[in-house]
Design a protein around this ligand. Structure first.
Ligand SMILES: Nc1ncnc2c1ncn2[C@@H]1O[C@H](COP(=O)(O)OP(=O)(O)OP(=O)(O)O)[C@@H](O)[C@H]1O
Ligand SMILES: [Mg+2]
Length: 255
């Protein structure tokens, strides 16, 4: 893909935290322990996979790592800073961006406005935000649709806009919740080609939730596996692929 060759000019100083860490995180919803004592740490130069069966707690953990959910106990650390009490906006300003399982675009606004607005929200001038938004749309491969109304986009394009929006913040980390869900193999491969380039191009760590194991094993540097809110394994793809507990809980059903 040509767009991959050139990195967009980075017009904002990237945030400088080196790690995003969950430490002994527990989340209870009433009597349900959605997350039971999970610790993990994502680095700035890696694609970190978070996998596990439906209901394993993946989205809940990402919510904790981005300020959308307060842990019942445990801590989330950005570098060494304790983020207890931080709201999502504070995480965004500190360099933690995310996408959602459902698109969450402003449907009546254009594609470029959707991306631009996230830069303006963080204090960029209108002109600077527009230029950076256009650069990012080019990078994710949908510059030609900059002026299209977002509500009319196919969801494959919506996901790309979501990633461009997250990257507007010059983040240190982006957390992507099933960005390729519902895509064909070819669409998924194209998107993952982009995702795998994010650490190098933007010096930005990626936490990726994804059910397609071919993709996960292909692009993740490390993988963390949840089942029923608990960690059952963490390691490089080759270790995870042959881990008996992971095969029994999850991979066995993915073949
Ligand atoms: N706001 C909430 N209130 C009550 N229970 C919740 C809430 N959010 C999630 N849960 C429950 O917590 C558990 C973990 O859910 P979560 O959405 O984190 O799983 P997931 O791994 O992201 O699943 P999926 O692969 O289906 O997206 C599930 O049992 C879910 O029903
Ligand atoms: Mg989920």
């Amino acid at each position: 893909m040509d767009a991959m060759a050139e990195a967009p000019p980075i017009s904002l100083k990237p945030a400088d935290a080196a790690t995003l860490t969950a430490k002994d995180v527990v989340v209870h919803f009433g009597g349900l322990a959605a997350i039971a004592d999970v610790s993990l740490s994502v680095g700035r130069h890696e694609v970190f996979g978070l996998i596990g069966p439906n209901g394993a707690g993946k989205t809940t953990l990402v919510n904790c790592l981005t300020g959308f959910q307060a842990p019942t106990s445990g801590r989330v650390l950005l570098a060494r800073e304790d983020t207890t009490g931080w709201k999502p906006e504070r995480f965004r300003k500190a360099g933690v961006g995310r996408t959602f399982q459902a698109g969450r675009l402003f449907r009546e606004m254009t594609v470029v406005e959707n991306v631009e607005v996230s830069g303006v929200g963080l204090g960029l001038g209108r002109r600077q935000a527009r230029m950076r938004a256009l650069d990012l749309l080019k990078w994710v491969g949908i510059a030609a649709k900059a002026d299209v109304i977002a509500g009319t986009l196919p969801y494959t394009d919506e996901r790309r806009v979501g990633i461009a929006r997250a990257l507007m913040l010059s983040p240190a980390f982006v957390l992507l919740d099933e960005p390729a869900a519902g895509m064909s193999d070819a669409e998924c491969d194209e998107l993952m080609h982009l995702v795998s380039a994010i650490p190098k191009v933007f010096t930005c760590g990626v936490l990726l939730i994804e059910h397609n194991m071919r993709v996960v094993m292909g692009i993740c540097d490390r993988i963390h596996v949840l089942d029923g809110g608990r960690t059952i394994a963490e390691g490089v793809p080759q270790e995870i692929q042959r881990n008996e507990t992971v095969i029994a809980a999850y991979l066995g059903s993915q073949a």
